[in-house]
Structure formats: structure tokens, C-alpha cells
Design a protein around this ligand. Structure first.
Ligand code: PAF
Length: 275
């Protein structure tokens, strides 16, 4: 992959990169479409990264079907699929990890210790291998976006991070590979997360500036659904992920995690100045 990418750069091709763990859905395909529009060459990686799973069971049950994923991508004019084995990414004796301070211990990091260390490490390895001009990530994983932007800036990667809006199912539920693990009723009811975020957005538009009140609106709305168990609702600065008290000039992220049965879902919305 590295020598191929080197050859492409020598030919002055712009390289767009979409990192995935497979189990592709429309959210990933939106990233691919965006990359296709912006770049000469589109590379998609498919690698279920063991380093970002703190729960062994979660790693084991993560859906894997390279043939199906490749078939899906065949309709999207992808130039290369990079699907390395675990030993290629983490050869024997591997012992170097990337840790992004401050951004990684809260929100998702709080309930998934080591998760962002795994993400940051694999993304660094993939960026080093491919050295893309543009890399595309989904806004659904807002904290991951903040972490990757930080690491790309701090480690001097010559890669622009392009953030693509959340793609939703018809019900409003954010697309995620985990949705396939929901029972049909849970999948339907999980749309309450999006409704809750919309309620908060409407309240903010109507003048609610108090972060705790907005968080409460989200929590209470989700809790109207008996199948849902709220893990957290956080109102934070969109860049630093520091908690905010009042909605002010800077963009604010409302981030949610909730469980439906054994499946943990996340979603978010960003309030900017006008909202
Ligand atoms: O968002 C994901 O699917 C993963 O965290 C990523 C970025 C592919 C790294 O393994």
C-alpha cells in the first residue's frame, strides 16, 4: 500500500482516504462519494482494529464480511481497497501507541478505556502508510473527529480532515454498523435519540442558552422510551470537548450515548452561533 501510494503521489494524483472497519452502510458510502468528488484516487481501508475495542466480546461480534463490503464498494468507483491482516498493522513486538491528551478520557473515552488510543494509533499507521491528501470521517463520531483533527495537526500530517454530516435512517436513527445488532423494535424506538437532539436544537433556536437545561431536554425525551437507557448527555465545546455552561459564540456539541438492550448507540448535534 505504501509503495502504491508513493507511486500515485509521484504521478501528482490527489489521494482521498476513507478509513473503515467494514460492515459498510450508507454513512460510509457518503464518505466515499465525497472523496470521489474531491480526489483523483479513492482508497478505502477495511480493518477491524483490535486496539480500539476494550470489550473482547464486542470485538468478536463485530460484523465482518469483506466480500460483501467489496461488492458494495464496486458500485462507487473506489480505486483501491486496503484490507490488511492484523499482523500487518500490528507486527510481532508492536509497542508504540498514540495517545491524544485531554480529548480522549471523557464522553466515549470514559466508558471505553483505551478506545481512542487504539483509534489514534491505527489512524496514524494508516495515514503514515497512505499519506492521503484528504481523509474523510463522519460527524456521527464527533469525538473521534476531534481526536483525529488534533492528532493530524500535532503530528504534522499533510492531510486535510474532511468531516461529513451524519447520515440517518428514514426514522432519524444515525446510521451505524451497530444498528444491525438491534432487534427490530429497538431499531424503531432508537429514533428517539434523534428526536431528543432535535428538541434540544429547537429549544436553543427559541433562545435556551443554558447547557444543563438543553442536556435535560435530551435526557428526558430519551427517557420517555422504556427500551432506552441513557448513558450520558453532554454539552461541550465542539473543538476542545470541554463542558460548557452557556451556549455562546463558539460551536457547541450535544453528544449522547444510550443503550437499547445490549447495543450502545451514540449520536450528536452541533449548535452554532445562529442556533
Ligand atoms: O470510525 C471507525 O470506523 C474507526 O474508528 C476507524 C476510524 C476506521 C479506525 O479504526
Amino acid at each position: 500500500m505504501a509503495s502504491l501510494a508513493r507511486k500515485l503521489r509521484r504521478e501528482n494524483k490527489t489521494i482521498g482516504f476513507v478509513a473503515t472497519m467494514g460492515a459498510l452502510h450508507e454513512g460510509h458510502l457518503k464518505l466515499v462519494e465525497e472523496a470521489r468528488q474531491m480526489c483523483d484516487i479513492v482508497i478505502v481501508s477495511i480493518f477491524v482494529n483490535p486496539a480500539q475495542f476494550n470489550d473482547k466480546k464486542d470485538l468478536e461480534r463485530y460484523p465482518r464480511d469483506l466480500t460483501a463490503d467489496a461488492a458494495i464498494l464496486s458500485g462507487y468507483r473506489v480505486d483501491y481497497i486496503f484490507a490488511p491482516d492484523t499482523e500487518e498493522i500490528y507486527p510481532a513486538g508492536f509497542s508504540t501507541y498514540v495517545y491524544v491528551e485531554n480529548l480522549t478520557e471523557t464522553l466515549e473515552g470514559a466508558s471505553r478505556p483505551g478506545h481512542f488510543r487504539g483509534v489514534a494509533t491505527v489512524v496514524t499507521i494508516l495515514f503514515n502508510t497512505i499519506r492521503p491528501d484528504f481523509a474523510f470521517f463522519g460527524q456521527k463520531d464527533a469525538q473521534q473527529v476531534a481526536v483525529i483533527k488534533r492528532l493530524a495537526a500535532d503530528l504534522g500530517f499533510d492531510t486535510e480532515i474532511v468531516v461529513v454530516p451524519v447520515v440517518r435512517e428514514e426514522s432519524g436513527l444515525a446510521m451505524s454498523s451497530r444498528n444491525a445488532l438491534l432487534a427490530p423494535e429497538e431499531r424503531l424506538k432508537a429514533a428517539i435519540i434523534y428526536q431528543a437532539l432535535r428538541e434540544a436544537k429547537i429549544a436553543a433556536r427559541n433562545g435556551e442558552r443554558n447547557a444543563a437545561n438543553l442536556a435535560e431536554i435530551v435526557r428526558r425525551t430519551i427517557e420517555t422510551e422504556p427500551l432506552a437507557l441513557v448513558d450520558y448527555v453532554a454539552v461541550v465545546d465542539n473543538e476542545t470537548l470541554e463542558p460548557v455552561d452557556k451556549i455562546g459564540e463558539k460551536a457547541v456539541l450535544i453528544a449522547v450515548a444510550a443503550r437499547f438492550g445490549s447495543v450502545r448507540l451514540i449520536d450528536n448535534t452541533v449548535l452554532n452561533r445562529r442556533q
